[in-house]
Write a protein that binds this ligand. Sequence first.
Ligand SMILES: *Cc1c(COP(=O)(O)O)cnc(C)c1O
Length: 494
Amino acid sequence: MTQYRSTRGDATASLTASQAILQGLAPDSGLYVPVEFPKLDKPLSELTALNYQDLALEILKIFLSDYSTEELQNCIQQAYGSQFDTTDITPLTSAGNLNYLELFHGPTAAFKDIALQLLPHLMTTAMQKNNYPGKVVILTATSGDTGKAAMAGFADVADTQIIVFYPKDGVSAIQRQQMITQVGDNVTVVGIDGNFDDAQTNVKQILNNPEIQAALTDKKRRFSSANSINIGRLVPQIVYYFKAYGQLVQQHKIALNDEVVFSVPTGNFGDILAGWYAKRLGLPIKRLICASNENNVLTDFFHTGCYDRQRDFHVTTSPSMDILVSSNLERLLFAVLGEDPKALTEFMTTFETTGKAQLDDASFNRLSDFVAYCANTDETLTEIRKVQTQDLYTIDPHTAVAAFGADAYLAETKETAPIIVLSTANPYKFPETVLHALTNHQPLEQGFEALQAVANVIDLKIPRNINRLKRAEVLHTKTISVTDMPQTVLDAIK
Ligand SMILES: *Cc1c(COP(=O)(O)O)cnc(C)c1O
């Protein structure tokens, strides 16, 4: 049985997987990690032959071991079906000397769908297993992608409710259209007069607001978290690392047990941490390339062992990676600090109070599975253009940061193992930037005009779910001032 403990607390105070999923963040502000890292039941030779759903079951059952096989199968079936536009779920494509694992075939055309299509079902199953009556309420502030993917996952899932606040002038035209057309009887989406930080700060206050807590208890509801610190979001992401490997084996590009390298566009460190978990399960991963944009806190961390957020925040062309503090790094730090909650707490407290913290040499040397590179805006645009013209493949700006990292790593190491770039968004999600890259100048077109202009140049169909946005019915027109956020939540849970 895999039990979970907080990175900042005592291992004996452990929870089952379903309890950890309901809880989200541990009460001591630590993150849940397995007390003992699980082992696979099947050899790699068998895993590489499985389809996505069966592979997901093999991974999920060892991490979420208090769920029955039947419960997991049920969740998987609901998550990875016709809402994906390919039965492979995460197809692998080759272009030039890189392989791209396309994680964007779900309902919102970005990789967060992979975890967020599954999480709501894991959560409602967890409620039943723990005899929790009533409903869970997901409350999120979003700068774009996460909120939409969470809504798409939770929409009309029984016994759940989701409330999303987004900065009304702080998301792209297409992201805004995605928000305001979201269907679902259990969905509340409201734009606020303020930026993402305002939204996030107020959401945190609402989560601790006693009046709202009382109202929730009264209605038999409780808050839970859909953000990437939830172990229920991390575990589903391990699956596609195995799937990518299996596809390379099946395409005869590698022999079983050959090593591969993954390049991962990184923000909150969830995606790449799942890759490291895959390696710990025995997947032959030689290196994980941590790719960042100008917000390159992690690049410096992997080069020096110094985790330092004291620097300017950059708004970049890869907004989902615009982050200075990567929450999931705490899980890696915990491991390299010898799973010592005291050492971890000290490190994080130093980081939180002074803005930086330095790893000791022994712990730093345990980071050798990782290398790190960063790309600035020019390098990102050039990468998109290069891959398009030389390799006839179009990538989005986040993927371009990872492709740049892969190229830099290749140039530096002359690596011979195949490199798999995680492709985290469909290029049509960021048409202004892709158009800029392809035409070599700042475009006049915005939103759907930019989308059409990109479609005129590249040989890729606009995904169904983005195409139909233009004519979708607008359902959520409400915008409020930040001070009205608590009342909006109270009204929504009535
Ligand atoms: C969230 C996101 C990322 C970063 O993933 P993390 O798990 O936060 O590191 C990269 N690309 C896209 C498109 C994303 O939405």
